[in-house]
Design a protein. Structure first.
Lengths: 325, 329
């Protein structure tokens, strides 16, 4: 039972034909009455305040909001000066908000929001709307433009050259296949991993791409190489929601409601307590975990650093001035 | 009738309405069955048979457009069938097959891009996918990779993991095309117009050797039989290691009966199916002895059918078969 907003139906027709007939200043949405395909979602940006939390961890940022209702943090800009959040439980109807340090939040208007990722320089973000289409959103104007249809699922990351990494799926509802793809500026998507069910990817500090994939034997973590890939860790059955440190030497994952922290080099697998969706800090020394509906910050030994309650938070890749991710 | 397995037309229609709107399936008796056991389960969002964005062709043949609201019927590019059901409802293999992939690591109701599933490969070149299942840690995954699953055997429990806004089963039939799995095979589409039609296991009372009260002298045994019609989608068999159809005691299930006679395989099982096999729509007979074991008096012995090592039949839907017995001196 899924409610789905169409995003790219007929997009090629629109892109080819509409520019020929639209007067200047006319919106794409007006060119196709009755369709929500490219019509901005009404409503202002949800009020959201970006708060760095160096008292808890140098890379931690918190996004506070006075708006009621569920929120998800989608991405933090590498320098920690912006963060994208989704407001609403249903991605097809959720609203995207970009909280900025010392600036008012932006409300890019998309037909729902599924996931997002910032460019390395923080000047724009790639976002997947509620129907799985990929958009490009300048971080200063928040005026989105379609990159390509999909459907895609996150996580979304942007490479230094501007290509977007995300996974293409046969359907948003039941993705039994998920192909990691590189989407060029022209919207052409190229599959870059042979894994048939990719759960996520991350660009590591050394520039390589780590891939988290499901195999019938369980969940594996790989590094893409010039030819094929190199196995980093075999986490076995039931390991999900894998998060990697920037150097790829530590990773956190969830298994049966317990959060694990694995040191890849030594193979030491430490259980750090109950919770779901661990998000590992870039230095691997702290992690965010959802626990009983609250967000908690844990040290790598599992001790509690802070309970952020219903706030949402994330880690920046390299916070502060002069960030060169 | 005082004793019967009552098949209420309304309850059956709830599950069969899709099939009755079309001619009978051309598929064989041992072909696919519905991937659950409750015949009252109905389809909500069906597969979109129109490959175009913005257009949806539903199972009735109606073509919808996005600007024509039709919630609960079909949504754009939907690749499967959604069956709402409570969390932890048993899910059945739709056909004999081998489990080729499972995921059970996600929380039973954890929302996210990925959820728990079981995928089964069948001998006809198709695969079936059962998505949004409960967590393996909560017994949501009932099978392992490489395991052979007969049609109708449980593969897991329903949940709401992944892209899910209310507990349901997302069910797909996929066709292997090289490394890809395509849900839009034309034969599959034709199949879907007439199928799914039936849950695996369902029965209706037909008749029995003594439709009145069975009178037994204490210590003696009388032979009794009952005939039940196979209304499910699975052929009943009495010679298979898993899923053998038998008549067992009920309320509580599998209790030791004081009327068990020497021909009972177990004190809770009166008899397996008399015939080697009974195809859907055919009638099977169950012959067993009733021994006047307890002191003189009036008794009632309930029974239900069981697919051994799989599940009991849905007695809430089919009622229960019970034999009034009077033991005399």
């Amino acid at each position: 039972m899924v409610r789905r907003h169409p995003a790219l139906r007929g997009i090629w027709t629109i892109l080819v034909i509409v520019p020929l007939v639209l007067p200047l200043g006319f919106s794409l949405a007006a060119g196709r009455p009755g369709s929500s395909a490219l019509r901005p979602v009404s409503g202002a940006a949800p009020a959201a305040e970006l708060v760095p939390r160096p008292d808890l961890h140098p890379a931690l940022v918190e996004v506070r909001s006075r708006e009621a209702g569920p929120r998800r943090l989608l991405a933090v800009a590498p320098d920690g000066r912006a963060a994208a959040t989704a407001h609403g439980s249903d991605p097809a109807g959720a609203r995207l908000s970009v909280a900025r340090l010392h600036a008012s939040p932006l409300g890019p208007q998309l037909p729902g929001i599924l996931d997002a990722g910032f460019a390395a320089d923080g000047t724009w973000l790639a976002a997947i709307d509620g129907a799985g289409a990929m958009w490009r959103i300048p971080a200063d104007s928040a005026a989105p433009s379609v990159v390509t249809g999909g459907p895609f699922v996150g996580p979304v990351s942007v490479e230094p050259g501007g290509a977007i990494l995300a996974s293409r799926v046969p359907s948003l509802e039941a993705p039994h296949r998920s192909r990691l793809s590189r989407i060029g500026p022209g919207g052409i998507a190229t599959v870059i991993s042979t894994e048939s069910l990719v759960y996520g990817s991350a660009r590591l500090a050394d520039g390589t791409i780590a891939v988290v994939a499901h195999r019938p034997t369980g969940t594996v973590v790989l590094r893409l190489a010039a030819r094929g890939s190199v196995l980093v860790a075999d986490l076995g059955l039931g390991a999900v929601n894998v998060s990697l440190a920037a150097d790829g030497r530590r990773l956190a994952f969830e298994r049966a409601g317990e959060v694990h922290l694995l040191d890849v080099g030594s193979g030491v697998d430490r259980r750090v307590g109950s919770g779901t969706r661990p998000r590992l800090a870039p230095d691997g020394r702290a992690l965010l975990v959802d626990r009983d509906g609250r967000t908690v910050v844990l040290a790598d030994d599992g001790s509690l650093i802070a309970d952020l309650g219903h706030s949402v938070a994330g880690f920046a890749a390299c916070p502060g001035e002069g960030c060169q991710p | 009738m005082r004793r019967r397995i009552a098949v209420g037309a309304a309850s059956v229609l709830g599950g069969l309405v899709l099939a009755l709107a079309r001619p009978a399936p051309a598929a064989g008796a041992d072909d696919y069955t519905l991937p659950f056991y409750d015949p009252g389960t109905t389809l909500s969002y069906g597969m979109d048979r129109d490959p175009r964005d913005g257009f949806q062709l539903d199972f009735t043949g109606h073509l919808w457009r996005d600007d024509d609201p039709h919630p609960g019927r079909v949504y754009d590019n939907h690749t499967g069938q959604d069956y709402p059901m409570p969390v932890r409802t048993a899910i059945a293999a739709a056909r004999d097959g081998v489990v080729v992939d499972v995921e059970g690591g996600y929380g039973t109701e954890a929302f996210g891009p990925f959820g728990n599933f079981v995928r089964v490969r069948h001998t006809d070149g198709r695969q079936t996918l059962y998505y949004h299942l409960a967590a393996a840690a909560e017994d949501g995954i009932g099978v392992g990779i490489g395991e052979t699953v007969p049609a109708g055997e449980p593969v897991g429990l329903s949940g709401c993991s992944g892209w899910c806004f209310g507990p349901h089963l997302h069910f797909e039939v996929l066709v292997e095309r090289g490394q890809e799995l395509d849900p839009s095979d034309p034969h599959f589409r034709r199949l879907w117009t007439t199928w799914p039609a039936r849950v695996p296991f369902l029965a209706a009372y037909e008749r029995e050797s003594n439709p009145g009260t069975v009178s037994i002298r204490r210590g003696q045994t009388v032979t009794h039989w009952v005939e039940l019609r196979n209304l499910g989608g699975r052929t009943w068999r009495n010679n298979v290691p898993v899923g053998r159809i038998a008549l067992g005691t009920w309320n509580p299930p599998a209790h030791d009966s004081p009327f068990s006679a020497g021909d009972w395989p177990y004190r809770w099982m009166a008899t397996p199916l008399d015939q080697a096999s009974v195809a859907p729509d055919q009638v099977g007979r169950f012959t067993f002895g009733l021994r006047g074991g307890p002191p003189p008096g009036a008794y009632d012995q309930p029974f239900n059918l069981v697919a051994q090592s799989v599940r009991w039949f849905d007695h809430a839907r089919i009622g229960q078969f019970h034999v009034p017995i009077v033991v005399t001196n």
